[in-house]
Design a protein. Structure first.
Length: 477
């Protein structure tokens, strides 16, 4: 050591802290962009399972504020597993958003609170898409890959190299400043149905219905105001109806100006479900209530005569526990546990109350289906239950599961049909798993008809990845 005294350090790096994830374990950022040719395999990948699985989640490039523990606020980081004739290649890349690039160049965090700029670094460049971390849904749509984020525009990603391309605004046609992270693809028309919540960044509950054709050309955009400024993270579409669900998390600009959180849980507000005929318009929305229901995600929905059925994980309380209530208090974590629930809306009746049927034994979230059966009556739903993978048969209400043994943590699963024309639910479920005890990660493959038998194959990677929220599979990449 030199003998110099009173020396000012050149640089003291802010420290990362672990942030609670949805999957029951806190995570620190990984920050590793990797290429791994020919992953080590356990078991044999099934014949005919060729294509690429994409997973996307938050992985903060730089530490956020010590009092900001919102996992939704991490930088988007895309993972891909390319499967070809039993071999698997792995790749991971950050989504190079404007804010990522600005912080990369500055070598520090500039944009701080979740969807609230009041505590941003004074040197942070002003950005139209300040909140666009591109971290929520790896959305593969007819040959194109997008990193979606509900308050922003899609980030287009090269599906082979994972390089970030342009922010996509439907060739300048999209008026809404937001496009939902959750969309629905009509299996008959190939259309992309979506919405924008806080579509004009006025925080008044302004929403947009957004529909693109199968070539990603915008064909419909209609704006309306929700009954109160709540949260809509996902929505439902049937062949005949669109269902907008407004959940009891209030946005309050005054609270934001005081440095408070963007959302606050407000149990006094109703869970609202606005149902609109697809061949009507937003003037035709009829609002229903679903008492005792807080929903984040939708499994599937269909219309049967004058009845609309929506299946969704529903909790009695705050399912986003990092958001405090409107009085600034933390909420009961137990009340945030969701159960797969059938909501039935009677369009012919006078009541504005949905019938609510929680399914016994189906505690879980992150629902997926065989997407070829979206928007219509269907048989199988898949979800991430307490510690493992679950399948519900809606005809018999039989529930099967495979328990994932702690500390292994399974992420959301994605269904892949065994072949074109296979029966509903006949295929594979792919999921990322973290093996915390060994600090390893893997992509696991289950036979969707026999999940209780455990994975048929694994492709291993030599570290435990960040949490992925939502993924998709591309046959043609
Ligand atoms: Fe989501």
């Amino acid at each position: 050591m030199a003998t110099t005294t009173n020396r000012t350090p050149l640089y003291v790096q802010p420290q990362f802290h672990a942030i609670p994830s949805f999957y029951g374990r806190s995570q620190e950022s990984v920050r590793l962009e990797a290429d791994l040719h020919d992953c080590r395999l356990e078991g044999a990948f099934p014949e005919g399972l060729n294509g690429t699985f994409f997973g996307l989640g938050p992985d903060a490039q730089y530490p956020t504020l010590p009092d900001d523990d919102i996992i939704l606020n991490g930088d988007g980081h895309m993972l891909s597993w390319r499967i070809e004739d039993g071999h698997v290649d792995f790749k991971s890349r950050y989504v190079r958003t404007e804010r990522f690039e600005a912080e990369y160049a500055a070598r520090r965090r500039l944009y701080n609170l979740y969807r609230n700029p009041v505590r941003d670094d004074p040197d942070a460049p002003g950005l139209m898409q300040r909140d666009n971390t591109g971290n929520t849904y790896a959305w593969y749509f007819n040959g194109r890959l997008f990193a979606l984020r509900e308050d922003s525009h899609p980030n287009e990603i090269d599906p082979v190299t994972l390089e970030t391309k342009e922010v996509f605004d439907f060739d300048g046609a999209l008026k809404s400043s937001a496009l939902s992270a959750h969309g629905k693809i009509d299996p008959d028309t190939g259309e992309w149905w979506a919405f924008g919540m806080y579509a004009e960044r006025r925080w008044t509950g302004e929403c947009a219905l957004i529909v693109a054709d199968k070539n990603a050309k915008l064909i419909r955009e209609e704006h309306f105001i929700a009954p109160y400024p709540g949260m809509m993270h996902d929505f439902a579409v049937t062949k005949e109806h669109v269902i907008f669900d407004i959940q009891p998390f209030r946005v309050d600009e005054e609270r934001m100006k005081r440095g408070g959180q963007f959302y606050a849980f407000d149990p006094d507000q109703p869970s609202l479900w606005g149902i609109m005929p697809r061949d009507g318009n937003v003037e035709d929305i009829r609002w229903f209530r679903a008492p005792g229901v807080v929903c984040g995600h939708i499994m599937n929905a269909y219309t049967q005569g004058k009845t609309v059925v929506v299946d969704a994980p529903a909790a009695p309380g705050n399912s986003f526990p990092f958001f405090k209530d409107v009085d600034g208090n933390p909420t009961d974590i137990e009340l945030g546990n969701a159960t797969i629930t059938r909501l039935v809306f009677d369009l012919a009746g006078e009541t504005d109350q949905a019938k609510v049927y929680p399914i016994a034994g189906a505690v879980g979230e992150m629902p997926k289906i065989d997407d070829r059966f979206a928007m219509q009556k269907y048989k199988y739903g898949f979800f991430r239950g307490m510690g493992g993978l679950y399948r519900i048969d809606w005809e018999t209400l039989e529930i099967r599961n495979y328990p994932m043994v702690a500390p292994d943590i399974m992420h959301e699963s994605t269904f892949v049909p065994r072949y074109d024309g296979a029966a509903e639910g006949d295929g594979w479920l792919l999921s990322v798993v973290n093996h915390a005890a060994t600090n390893r990660g893997s992509l696991v493959v289950f036979d969707a008809q026999h999940i209780e038998e455990g994975p048929v194959a694994r492709a291993m990677i030599p570290y435990s990845t960040h949490m992925t929220f939502h993924g998709s599979f591309a046959r043609d990449v």
